[in-house]
Design a protein around this ligand. Sequence first.
Ligand SMILES: Cc1ncc(COP(=O)(O)O)c(C=O)c1O
Length: 440
Amino acid sequence: MSDLLRRVNESLESEAPALARCLSPLGRRIVMPAGIPVQAREARSTTYNGTIGQLTDGHGGSLPLPTMARVLGGLDGKELDRAFLYSPVAGITEVRERWRERQRRGQGADRPSTLPLVTCGLSHSLSILADLFGGDGRAVVVPSPYWGNYNHVFATRTGARMISAPAFRDGVYNHRFAEEAVAGGALAAGEPVVVILNLPSNPGGYSATDTERREIRASLVRLAAERPVVVICDDAYAGLVYEDDISRWSMFWDLVGAHPELFPVKVDGATKEFSFFGGRVGFLTFPFAPGSPAADALESKVMGLVRSTVGSPVASSQAVLLAAMRESRIEDEIEAVRSLLAERYRVLKEALAQTDDALLRPQPFNSGSFALVELPEELGVDAEALRQHLLAHEDTGLISIGSSFIRIAHCSVDRDELPELVRRLERGVATLAQRTVGKG
Ligand SMILES: Cc1ncc(COP(=O)(O)O)c(C=O)c1O
């Protein structure tokens, strides 16, 4: 073990010993080496800088091919340099600072959070967390049904063990899902656990009410009294909330400081919050003050993982995001997208309310991009068979989840087409169930 790695591990062990116990073997081994990026950063202000192997104009500026520079013509000299040169491994500092400021709107100083680290999208943020806290046999709790990519990220890639409990019971959010899953998950006493909290959810399109948030928090605190808990707050759909009484703020903030052995980690990014799907800018934020020993240790470990996989995050996308975050009107533009999605949400809600309960059972939804519909068991209609039928006979594409759920992505359908989509879905179920559509 190098001195650097020993120092980084000791920092984490002294400030957050329970979190240090959650590290996977890879998480313990990884550190940002004092290699080329670190040496180049130290030499940044030198006149004769022959450190980094990127092509420059000889004075630290970029050397873009003119045709490519024209494509990014809206960026001026310094910003163009930023877009064409390597990003720092942790991300462009101003991007990180502005994202932090935006994340922390309305949050008090008593809830510490690190300077977010930039990643190549939220899937990448999650895979970094899987590398740090997953690994062979590590229990990862997620309420079901859940986004299938969690299986790949945690179980397939690292050998972690997914355990689950229903997200809803009789139409009511199951705030004890993590306690229930752990109780049935055959964990040893004191064994660490990772919990994924994805609100607004995919595929459910659900955000917890204020009461449910308090109940979820209390349940996770009870869990942390028994074992260290890393709670991954997957805030992919942050801000996409359509009901006045549902909070737009991440549960990360409710969990910071809630218990000494409870560690929320915030996963968010520009993908959906800035409708910048192709940009691949994600972030990772830990519940420690910037510059604290634990923040520095975790930063070093995340940078080590970024350096050893994608090298550094994408600079050109960060430059685009930065230009946007500097404009005050960007928040109005984000709000305009939210309003557009809110309209689709309302139209879908209305259309689903008209359907026959014997054919379709919409799950509660209030936010995000999706609605989830359960097929009544007694119909004997398989969700995948229904999906195939809708493709072949109803010119309609939806997602099947397990044997009994269909997910509707209302975020990607024109509001005027949503009622017809629902009619076709209902007709498809009726056809397969050999029943006629209609109430009564
Ligand atoms: C719940 C959830 N988390 C994470 C992601 C991944 O986001 P990204 O496209 O930035 O990798 C998605 C994307 O659909 C998602 O639904």
